[in-house]
Design a protein around this ligand. Structure first.
Ligand code: ARG
Length: 581
């Protein structure tokens, strides 16, 4: 309730700034304290006193203005001015307790759901020419949790796996595949099991043989003109590459299916039209034979214009061209209200440019919002981009295998008597959860350091800590199975009960923020605080040994809602929970 009170005051202060009563640049840390004497309410603030100078009014006068501008809140029973200008808040514990009862009995926790929207979420989107690597891990994990949150909040989500399945490099790959298959079908299959090696071998052939390179170029042209044989080869290749991706999705517990794949190639037949439409609107310029668009707002440091390249001099189309076609599809065919792009921040300029251009060219509905949900780089413990010891790219599958092995050690050390099968299952959940949570719990915009040690720690804001906290809360019920809760009510008396209740009541706000900003770390931070609030409550307030039957039932309900919230929250992050670990 304390932070709730703070945010009410922040809103009121903003209103005073807008009305010119307080200077707009006034910065104040809004301090709210618990009162010692309940006749002064539950919380008090000295904000009015801090504003006297800036507003040139006496504190009681400002206190009244602050009160007049407070948003209404179901949790606040009354607000009073006291002494020289303190503002006292009286919290309505009944309203809070009722809200918690509603949350307990509702699949959506009684959250005020927003008007449902159609939201396209573009995530994972690896390049099929190569094996998926750690760079795509962040997009996949973060995107998938935002997708789950959007659906939980009642929105219709259309997943779009915008895979890179088109482009000149496919000529080289097809030529190599053809060569291998002609020589030995089995060999071809085997080499394709490791795309990274396959890609490198193809590149070697391309560089060493002029004949091979010519064949590769010819295959691209044929592929693009719709030749059956080339298309069959190309589909075969992509199918193998995609099945590698889907193995990973499955292992990671990511909700993408084959039906969500709509790669660059899907827009191939629209690209000429994109160029023609830009041309018709007089937006195209020529630069060294290429067709480009200059937009005034994009310049480099030297003030030179930064173009979007639409078509190369040789007629080839680019990444931006298919993104423009994809935007048009998302707006006019899928009819989405929002499109979210979970893509590396290094592509920020690209997205700013195509988003702007698509609006200028009226390719998309004016009211539709396009949002680049960028993320930073995943670095190794040396702070440099993540590499294997020998300097190669780290394959996702190897990373997950290692997480699994380390989690097994960890779980075994805690449960030396547990049988192997159970250990392995718990380790599987903990390993995957740790990798995912480590990523989700950081602000996505920052680079982050991948550290097995940190992510597998039982201390701090980690998956093992939260999964364990959940098993503890859930465990309370195992010992209370015969308590009949049908007539139980939540009673908030003890300070720690109120704190826990207040935290529980914030779930809806947190979810709203997570879906509007695409920030899973807000939910992670919340669950971590919730687990902490539960610990403090549990320490101070005996549950099974409570003073009265009524109180015992009330505390069981609070525990139950905590367990329910933790489980739902973890599931929305894409984590499985365990009943025992
Ligand atoms: N395949 C691209 C890459 O790996 C990401 C695609 C993201 N989505 C998009 N619509 N551009 O960099």
């Amino acid at each position: 309730m304390k932070s709730h009170t703070q945010s009410l005051l922040a809103e009121s202060l903003n209103a005073l700034k807008q009305q010119g009563i307080v200077p707009a640049d006034f910065e104040a840390r809004i301090q709210v304290d618990r009162t010692k004497d309940k006749s002064h309410g539950d919380f008090a603030t000295n904000l009015a006193m801090m504003l006297t100078k800036a507003a040139g009014k006496n504190p009681r006068e400002i206190a009244q203005l602050l009160i007049d501008n407070l948003p209404t809140s179901a949790h606040v029973e009354k607000v009073e001015i006291a002494g020289p200008g303190f503002i006292n808040f009286f919290i309505d514990d009944n309203a809070l307790a009722n809200q918690l009862m509603t949350a307990l009995n509702s699949d959506t926790f009684g959250i005020d759901l927003p008007a449902p929207q159609t939201v396209v979420v573009d995530y994972s989107s690896p390049n099929l020419a190569k094996e998926m690597h750690v760079g795509h891990l962040r997009s996949t994990i973060i995107g998938d949790s935002v997708v789950r949150a959007l659906e939980f909040m009642g929105h219709k989500v259309i997943r779009q796996n915008h895979v890179g399945d088109w482009g000149t490099q496919f000529g080289m790959l097809l030529a190599y595949m053809e060569e291998l298959q002609a020589a030995n079908g089995e060999q071809a299959k085997m080499e394709l099991a490791d795309l990274e090696t396959f890609y490198r071998a193809a590149k070697v052939r391309f560089d060493e043989s002029e004949e091979f390179a010519t064949r590769a170029r010819k295959l691209v042209v044929e592929l693009q003109s719709g030749d059956d044989y080339c298309n069959k080869l190309w589909r075969e290749f992509n199918d193998i590459s995609l099945s590698h991706c889907h193995e990973l999705y499955e292992r990671l517990g990511v909700s993408l299916t084959r039906a969500d794949v709509r790669g660059e190639s899907a827009y191939n037949s629209d690209l000429a039209q994109v160029v023609a439409d830009l041309d018709a609107q007089g937006l195209l310029s020529e630069s060294n034979g290429a067709k480009v668009v200059f937009q005034d707002e994009f310049k480099n440091k030297e003030g030179e214009p930064l173009p979007v390249i639409i078509q190369k001099a040789d007629g080839g189309y680019l990444y931006a061209t298919s993104d423009l076609a994809a935007m048009r599809y998302r707006s006019n065919v899928l009819n989405a209200d929002r499109a979210l792009y979970f893509v590396d921040l290094r592509q920020a300029l690209h997205f700013q440019q195509v988003f702007k251009l698509a609006k200028t060219a009226k390719f998309v509905r004016e009211e539709m919002s396009f949002e680049h949900m960028g993320f930073g780089t995943m670095n190794g413990e040396d702070g440099r981009p993540f590499k294997t010891r020998s300097g190669g790219v780290v394959k996702l599958i190897d990373l997950l295998k290692e997480a699994d092995t380390r989690a097994l050690e960890l779980v075994r050390s805690k449960n030396p008597e547990m049988d192997e099968a159970e250990l392995a299952e718990i380790a599987r959940v903990v390993g995957i959860a740790s990798v995912k949570y480590a990523d989700l719990s950081k602000n996505r915009a920052s680079d982050y350091i991948f550290s097995f040690e940190q992510m597998l720690s039982f201390e701090g804001n980690t998956a093992p800590y939260l999964l364990y906290a959940y098993t503890r809360v859930a465990g309370i019920f195992k010992r209370a199975q015969d308590v009949d809760l049908s007539d139980a009510k939540i009673i908030l008396e003890h300070e720690k009960e109120k704190d826990l209740g207040t935290k529980l009541a914030q779930f809806g706000e947190v979810m709203a923020r997570m879906v509007s900003k695409g920030q899973p770390h807000a939910l992670c931070g919340y669950l971590f605080e919730l687990a902490g609030a539960f610990s403090s409550f549990y320490e101070a307030c005996p549950v099974l040994a409570a003073e009265s039957e009524e109180l015992k039932k009330s505390r069981l309900l609070l525990s139950q809602l905590t367990a329910k919230t933790l489980k739902q929250g973890l599931n929305l992050l894409g984590l499985e929970t365990l009943e025992r670990m």
